[in-house]
Write a protein that binds this ligand. Structure first.
Ligand SMILES: Nc1nc2c(ncn2[C@@H]2O[C@H](COP(=O)(O)OP(=O)(O)O)[C@@H](O)[C@H]2O)c(=O)[nH]1
Ligand SMILES: [Mg+2]
Length: 204
C-alpha cells in the first residue's frame, strides 16, 4: 500500500523484483541503478541475510505523470530467492504496489520458476492481496545464453508455464546486457501508477 506524504506532496510506493534464487533480480537492480542514475536518489541499500542480500533504492520515475498533483517516488526492492529465506521474502512483500517476476530461462530452472510463482501467490494471499489484481509483469531473463548454446526454454513454453492464467505483459530480457530491463520496469511502473490512480481517485 502506497504512502501518501501530504507535506512533501509525494506518494511513495514499492516495487519488488521477485523470482527464484539466481534468476537475475540483483543484476536487474544493479543495471537500473547504474543506467538510470538521474532517476535514482540516494544510495543502494543492502541488508544482509546470511549469504544473500535484500537490496533497495529510491527511484523517481520520469514522464509518468503525477497523482493528485503529487510526485511519485518508488522504492525498488529485490528479495533473496533461496528457499530458506521464506520469511525475509514475505516481509519484503509487505505493502508491495507492483511486482516484476523474473523467471530464469534456463531449462534446468523450470521447476524453480514454478515454485517461486506459487510462493509469491501464497505470500500475497497471506497479506490479503490477490496476484490477479496486482500490477505485475513477467520477465524471461537470460535470453543471451541461447547464443552460447545453453538450453533455454522457448518463450512459448514459459508463457504456458507461468502466464497462461495471469496474462500479464511479458518481456524477454538479459539483465547482464540490459536488454529488456528498462521496458520491464517501465511497464510495471505504468501498471502500478494506474492502479494507484484508481486507489487515490477519491482522495481529496
Ligand atoms: N548470462 C546471463 N547471466 C545472468 C543474467 N542475469 C543474471 N545473470 C547471472 O546469474 C547469476 C545470478 O544473478 P543474480 O542477479 O545475483 O540473481 P538473484 O539471485 O536473482 O539476485 C549471476 O552470476 C549473474 O551474473 C542474464 O540475463 N544473462
Ligand atoms: Mg540477489
Amino acid at each position: 500500500m502506497a504512502i501518501f506524504n501530504l507535506k512533501k506532496r509525494e506518494i511513495e510506493c514499492k516495487i519488488v523484483y521477485y523470482g527464484p534464487g539466481r534468476c537475475g533480480k540483483t543484476t536487474n537492480l544493479e543495471y537500473i541503478f547504474k543506467t538510470f542514475k538521474k532517476q535514482v536518489s540516494g544510495e543502494m541499500v543492502s541488508i544482509n541475510t546470511e549469504g544473500d542480500r535484500t537490496l533497495f533504492f529510491d527511484f523517481l520515475p520520469m514522464g509518468l505523470g503525477k497523482i493528485k498533483g503529487c510526485d511519485v517516488r518508488v522504492q525498488l526492492y529485490t528479495v533473496p530467492g533461496q528457499v530458506q529465506y521464506q520469511s525475509t521474502r514475505k516481509l519484503v512483500l509487505k505493502g508491495v504496489d507492483g511486482i516484476v517476476f523474473v523467471a530464469d530461462s534456463l531449462e534446468v530452472r523450470r521447476e524453480k520458476n514454478l515454485l517461486s510463482l506459487k510462493d509469491l501467490q501464497e505470500n500475497l494471499r497471506d497479506y490479503e492481496m490477490n496476484i490477479f489484481k496486482m500490477p505485475l509483469v513477467m520477465q524471461y531473463n537470460k535470453r543471451d545464453l541461447a547464443q552460447q548454446g545453453i538450453p533455454l526454454m522457448t518463450v512459448e513454453k514459459m508463457e504456458r508455464d507461468l502466464n497462461r492464467q495471469l496474462k500479464v505483459p511479458a518481456f524477454q530480457a538479459s539483465a547482464v546486457t540490459g536488454q529488456g530491463v528498462g521496458v520491464s520496469l517501465k511497464e510495471c511502473l505504468m501498471l502500478t501508477l494506474q492502479s494507484l490512480q484508481k486507489q487515490f481517485q477519491w482522495a481529496k
